[in-house]
Design a protein around this ligand. Structure first.
Ligand code: XMP
Length: 513
């Protein structure tokens, strides 16, 4: 893909994906690379600019991530943020020390807006700080371009060497004029044209897929969710009938979902695809029997999926590629980058070590969720499919806390169906990014008619988020919640209590396992 690119060099900070998003919002393509990538790889990618991210370490800690100094002599503009700014200063002989007062949160900052990075920014503005170390003295050749009460070098620059640094985080919304600063960096300093569009991404990707796959055969793991649907349609445009889409009903789908997917992608749907549906629910239930540990459940489901695909591939014969709808947060949250492993998730981490395909193809690997939806629109996929709420690959398997049984699947399917039906009736779905019912592993005492019950508690989850990396619980109207609760306890056998989850992400995650 020949295009302008910014590399975000990841030193382990928590806002790193956000930096990539902000750069892309300026219509400049951007990737997050771990700091372990070599200088040679960076040179070969010919980025227009590099951003050193924040990170939890101190530059003086021998175990903390450092980088080859030669990166500073490539002539490529570099912006260091937080730890990245300290690293830059330290590499060039500036003084980094423990700040006498560590700053955290909203901080007033005085800006020298004659600096290119701060063009158009107010001279007194608010930024977001989060540091214990600071740059005490800027390296030789650098000019201080921002200060705070406690931070003598809140920003610095050496335009001759194209090196820039901010102690604060321009990528978070709390830095009031942070977007302007990042715009100044990528457009005015790095000289990017800012012409990266989803349509060009889609066209280039289709061309790339065609070149890569040649006349080989591809099997696409289709779940009917947004990501795999977009991947499937993209691949079908690239290689036509060389593609077969396999939809596995693992018995952990939402109520009626198998039929809905078959209606869209099967022979009676709008797409001209080779489509195979495999009813595999029995083998999944068998493998999951007695298993309660969340990661184990995920790995079993991931592994079994692949085995089913391998079997289907053998039936088709000579299939070289397995395609998946993995997206960027999946890659990052699976711990393949530098951040801690939260869940071995999202298609990626669940893969067994041995996969009997020549290669795995993941055309959406570099896109965020809302970007995938836009790619889907570019591909002409109907809006109701593109704007669907996400549904995880392991399905209800991770919405049933503890052991999965056929009975529990039935309970959560029925409760979730009522929940979705009532939300749709109330027109409330437009307010939510994701919502679903899950089955707690808790039974409690209740009374129905004149009888004692000892049944399960269903929990309702509804979140607002744009990138699914962080989320807030939705403040759902009480009337609506009561109506849903009444219907669930009255209509779903085995449930006598309904709870609402008020937790955000972090500290919780969106799914339960
Ligand atoms: P968490 O639970 O990590 O979820 O906050 C974030 C988003 O990812 C979805 N999710 C998955 N999607 N395979 C997927 O395709 C998975 O294994 C998986 N786990 C979580 C989740 O529904 C939410 O939208």
């Amino acid at each position: 893909m020949a295009r302008e690119m910014i590399i975000v060099l990841d030193f382990g900070g928590q806002y790193n994906q956000l930096i990539a998003r902000r750069v892309r919002e300026n219509h400049v393509y951007c990737e997050v690379w771990p700091y372990t990538k070599s200088l040679e790889e960076i040179k070969a990618a010919q980025p227009k600019g590099i951003i050193f991210t924040g990170g939890p370490n101190s530059v003086y800690d021998p175990a903390s991530p450092h980088y080859d100094k030669a990166i500073l002599d490539l002539g490529i503009p570099i912006l260091g943020i937080c730890y990245g700014s300290q690293l830059l200063a330290w590499m060039l002989g500036g003084e980094v020390a423990t700040a006498p007062v560590s700053e955290y949160g909203h901080t007033d900052v005085s800006i020298d807006n004659s600096a290119v990075l701060f063009q158009g920014v107010s001279s007194e503005t608010v930024c977001w700080m989060s540091h214990t170390d600071y740059i005490k003295t800027a390296p030789e050749g650098f000019r201080v371009t921002a200060t705070t009460v406690n931070c003598p070098v809140a920003a610095m620059e050496n335009p001759d060497r194209k090196l820039y640094a901010t102690q604060f985080h321009p990528e978070v919304v709390h830095t009031k004029e942070g977007m302007k600063m990042l715009h100044n960096f990528v457009i005015n300093i790095c000289g990017c044209a800012g012409d990266w569009e989803m349509s060009s991404f889609v066209d280039t990707k289709i061309r790339e897929l065609r070149e890569k796959i040649g006349d080989g055969k591809v099997l696409c793991a289709l779940s009917g969710g947004v990501d795999s649907s977009v991947a499937a349609v993209m691949l079908s445009k690239a290689v036509g009938k060389q593609l077969t889409c396999v939809f596995v009903d693992h018995g952990l789908l939402r109520k009626n979902e198998a039929k809905e997917v078959c209606d869209v992608f099967g022979p009676d749907g709008p797409y001209d695809l080779n489509f195979v549906m495999v009813d595999a629910h029995e083998r999944f239930y068998k493998k999951l029997a007695g298993v309660t540990e969340p990661e184990k459940k995920r790995h079993i489901i991931g592994e079994e999926f692949i085995r089913v695909f391998e079997e289907e591939a053998k039936k088709i014969g000579a299939v070289d590629y397995l395609a998946q709808g993995t997206i960027y947060p999946d890659v990052i949250e699976s711990g393949l980058g530098k951040s801690a492993t939260i869940k071995s998730h999202h298609n990626v981490g669940g893969l067994p070590d041995v996969v009997d395909f020549k290669e795995i193809v993941e055309p959406l690997r570099m896109l965020f969720k809302d970007e995938v939806r836009n790619a889907g629109r570019e591909l002409g996929i109907p809006e109701y499919l593109v704007s669907r709420q996400p549904f995880p690959g392991p399905g209800l398997g991770i919405r049933i806390i503890g052991e999965v049984t056929e009975e529990k699947v039935r309970i959560v399917q029925d409760a979730d169906y009522i929940y979705r039906e009532e939300i749709a009736k109330a027109g409330y779905d437009k307010n939510l990014a994701q919502y679903f019912a899950a089955l707690t592993n808790m039974r409690s005492v209740g009374v129905m008619g004149d009888f004692r019950t000892y049944d399960y508690a269903i929990v309702l989850r509804a979140v607002n988020t744009s990138d699914f990396m962080t989320a807030e619980a939705n403040q759902m109207p009480w009337d609506l919640l009561s109506k849903i609760t009444n219907r669930i306890v009255n209509e779903v056998k085995g449930v006598n209590r309904v709870l609402y989850d008020c937790t955000g992400k972090p500290p919780a995650t969106i799914e339960y396992e």
